[in-house]
Design a protein around this ligand. Sequence first.
Ligand SMILES: [Zn+2]
Length: 447
Amino acid sequence: MVHVVQKLPKKHKVLILGILAGIVGITLIPSEKATASKDSDANALEIGKRYELPITLTEPNIANRSISQEQEEKTQSNGIEKPFHDLSFENFKVKSGDNLAVLFKRAGVSAQTLHQVVNIDKHAENLTRIHPGETVSFAKDEQGELVQLKYAISKTETLLVTKDATGQFRSHIDTKDVDLVEQSVSGEIKSSFWTAAISAGLSERQIMNFADIFGWDVDFANDIRKGDQFSLLYETHYVDGQYIGTGEILAAEFINQGERYAAVKHTDGNFYTPEGRSMKKAFLRAPVNFKYISSSFNPRRLHPVTGKVTAHRGIDYAARVGTPVVSSGNGKVIKSGFNNLNGNYVFIQHGSQYITKYLHLHKRYVSTGDKVRQGEKIGTVGATGRVTGAHLHYEFLVNGVHRNPKTVPLPKSEPLPKTELAKFSPLAQQRLAMLERNRSLQVAMNN
Ligand SMILES: [Zn+2]
């Protein structure tokens, strides 16, 4: 099974599980709103394409029902009696320029009632933050007086304001359970990681998170090649059988130039290798976020000045002026200055052995003597000094000698303590096996 429901199912989960079981191995990307699929020809499914989940609700549309039994029960359990049956709600959509007073007036509810409602407590204050496009539902009694109001604060929380037997308004937040469904996706890079990931259905946030997980091992700006492969296992969230969004990445794998990197999330929220070593290391592979790097594959980039392919002593990152540059490790700024050759430059000392250098900056955000943290913004990409185009020139020195940060042996990262490792290992194996199975299924389907 590729897709697994984590918590034990309510009826919706059983349903989701059933659907997923039917399409194991297919890159299943639910659209923003999972509605009944019009196109249910299973033979027409393609990997990497977005499909709508063919979910049908097991219950009548909740929004159109009067107070549901569950709500009645919950309302009662909150000390509010249930004096009304068969409430019929009228929905009012918030238009742009609306405020609560306008909306209540349109709903035929008095300003006095509005005043009572918004002053109940802080739950009810949510009403003052309505946005255009949202809906507030009103139910009235035979005299036309408000008896209940419903407002969906979020996809999981609904505010209920109910008039009790004494005529007082009470508020209650009805919270829906979020069902977690594990889902996996994988893809192969043909032109750029970003393009491949988007076409596999990953969100921008997921792509950035994925790159962050491997940011100590892989230079996503310069070292991505055609044929590199990525796989992810991640949570998706459902409420009442409706897809509401993606959650966290649980495990990830990246094959870069034939080298395999794998990471599994532990209960501490951090990612570890299958052996239980932290993914976090002393140095980030790239001091520039790959999302700013335009060219995808250009391993033989010409030197910006000499116009020759030379193994000069640093790594160049071609990016636009103003692109953030971060320190690749914790350290101390030993020089922040300007000269005609380097332009604006920053040198950082890390421990006793390592120095990193950042040249041709547009702006510098640190001064000589400053302490910096890994990932801290130290400046921006520029075209200062002896250059023909904007780029960051990055150097990595070990004991004063220029080295390739990818190949130079660096201190190993921290391993999990034994007791934690005992908890981590079985879960890691299970999740990685899930990733592997899904990847081979997708490969099989591609061939
Ligand atoms: Zn250079």
